[in-house]
Design a protein around this ligand. Structure first.
Ligand SMILES: [Mn+2]
Length: 554
């Protein structure tokens, strides 16, 4: 249940998002919300072009969140409100915090937020209760008198207690004064803290023997005259309400955290991909790992148990189904639904999912159909976005990919949105000609899709223009940009389809493998540029053609 409560569902289109993928993501997330699903958010994997921004603004819909990468990272799993301990605090306090919260380790952090190391249950156990082989350490404690007294809420009768650390020996005088006097000869009195009940003669022996501190246990009273003499001669006298054995056990917790530190050489920053963190953590015997910011301050703590948490996000993919086109990191998250109208190129999934791939003109048509099936009408702004998505993908119902279903929704959604499809189409395509408003590098990547087939990778981009008037001036720059992309991404070829949506024709520009280019049989417009009469669809017309050409040279 906990995992479900924090689970967020992201509806997201392909990289280099186009109108259809952005609008279908927003509209489908809105439908999920209407259906009562919680924590469903639309997102986009890339920048919005001017036409998409125009449509969102026209219908008053905020831009979906920009999520360039969904790889699970340390920041999604670390604990930010961790419980820590300062280096100058006693380990007794660390133990109290650990046992109160059931923790097995604490980070040691100073007042500036700097991480010093960890304190673990295991290490503390060894310090407080050494093995028999280390028995001579069993009564030693490196601490100040003030911290020792604090562990059993002791009250000093001889003024403020020292705050300098020493290696003290905790000694119990469960014997008569004479035996103790003999034993004191084998001790270093200046480092001895003596625990004893109401035995006045032992108190006196301790004072005469130069013992550093006397803890009078069991709530026993001490003669004020003795206390005054002790103060004058430098013997600290401390009252404990606890019995001797309990007071000694508590006193062992007086050591400060700094001396009980364990180094933690494995450190992360919040951006570290979780998988990389998992590998380092699996090789370490530590329990907690610091997540540090760029100033070396502790931002969070990653514990081994954090890796058992389920993923915090799951994905609904719209307008694509191939992982090579999906937002980076998608393969590491559960994909719970796919709505698409492209060729199948998806990986097998582990669990059954809703997969709807319908050969219609746009994903927005599929989403509009979902509303209809649920007996719901999209709100006016959502209808506007759905309309825009269908218009952009089907060139307002004229592309060979357009179906009667698309055209029917163009009509219906126009009524709901309060604008005729033809009018919205004119407004959309009048916004910024890509050739005039974008750099050649941006033009060829704005809507580029990458494919992997027959052992090679290639990319195909498309832009829509309302005229070819600006084409010739940009042609050589576009070829240069394609050439650059071929080299930088190691592609077999890179193509750009420039479509005149009024005349319903396209130019095809191809850079890359020369043998491949020779297989293109359309009329040549100029070097590496062909004229494709009646071709307006990358998916339905161009891609099958390019795949065929590719088969001839592979
Ligand atoms: Mn589409």
């Amino acid at each position: 249940m906990l995992a479900l409560a924090r689970m967020e569902t992201i509806v997201i289109g392909h990289r280099n998002p186009d109108m259809d993928s952005v609008c279908s993501a927003v509209a489908y997330a809105a439908l999920k919300e209407c259906l009562g699903e919680r924590n469903v958010r639309p997102a986009r994997a890339g920048a919005l072009n001017d036409r998409i921004a125009f449509v969102l603004e026209k219908f008053g819909v905020p831009q979906p969140a920009f999520l360039p990468d969904v790889t699970p990272r340390v920041r999604d799993f670390m604990v930010k409100d961790y419980i820590g301990i300062r280096p100058d605090q006693p380990i007794a306090e660390a133990l109290a915090r650990m046992s109160a919260k059931g923790l097995r380790a604490l980070p040691v952090v100073d007042r500036d937020g700097r991480f010093h190391g960890a304190i673990s249950e295991n290490k503390l156990l060894g310090l407080v209760m050494p093995s028999r082989g280390a028995a001579q350490r069993a009564r030693e404690v490196r601490a100040s008198l003030a911290n020792i007294a604090a562990t059993f809420e002791g009250r000093s009768l001889t003024g403020p207690l020292g705050t300098d650390e020493e290696n003290y020996a905790l000694v119990v005088a469960a014997m008569d004064a004479e035996t103790f006097a003999a034993r004191l000869k084998n001790l270093d009195p200046a480092r001895t803290v003596l625990f004893v009940g109401d035995r006045d003669n032992v108190h006196r022996t301790a004072l005469e023997g130069g013992v550093r501190a006397l803890v009078v246990t069991g709530g026993a009273a001490v003669d004020p005259v003795f206390a005054a003499e002790a103060q004058a001669r430098g013997l600290a006298v401390i009252l404990s309400a606890w019995d001797t054995a309990t007071s000694v056990i508590f006193a062992r917790g007086a050591m400060i955290a700094r001396h009980a530190l364990e180094e933690v050489p494995v450190r992360f920053d919040a951006d570290t991909p979780l998988e990389i963190a998992r590998r380092s953590v699996s090789l370490s015997n530590k329990l907690i790992f610091p997540v540090l910011d760029e100033h070396g301050r502790l931002e969070g703590i990653l514990s081994k148990s954090d890796f058992l948490k389920g993923p915090a996000r799951r994905l609904i993919l719209v307008d694509h189904n191939e992982l090579s086109q999906a937002v980076p990191g998608a393969a590491e998250l559960p994909i719970v639904e796919i709505l698409d109208h492209h060729r199948l190129g998806n990986m097998p999934t582990e669990a059954p999912i809703l997969f709807l791939n319908q050969p219609v003109g746009s994903t927005c048509t599929i989403v509009a159909d979902f509303y209809r099936r649920h007996g719901l009408a999209p709100a006016r702004p959502v209808a506007g976005l759905l309309l825009a998505g269908i218009i952009a993908d089907t060139l307002n119902g004229t592309s060979p990919t357009a179906t009667d279903t698309d055209r029917r929704f163009l009509e219906e959604l126009g009524e709901t949105a309060g604008i005729r499809a033809a009018d919205l189409a004119a407004e959309i395509f009048a916004v910024g000609s890509p050739l005039q408003t974008m750099s050649p590098a941006k033009v060829i990547e704005a809507d580029a899709k990458r494919y992997e087939e027959q052992g090679v990778a290639f990319s195909v981009a498309q832009i829509e223009e309302v005229t070819f008037a600006n084409f010739d001036a940009q042609r050589d720059h576009l070829l240069g940009a394609l050439q650059h992309r071929v080299q930088s991404e190691g592609l077999f070829f890179a193509a750009l389809l420039v479509t005149d949506i009024n005349a319903q024709n396209s130019y095809l520009l191809v850079e890359g493998n020369a043998d491949f280019r020779k297989t293109i049989s359309y009329p040549e417009h100029s070097d590496r540029v062909w004229f494709l009469e009646g071709v307006v669809s990358r998916k339905k017309q161009l891609l099958p053609y390019l795949t065929e050409c590719l088969a001839r040279v592979r």
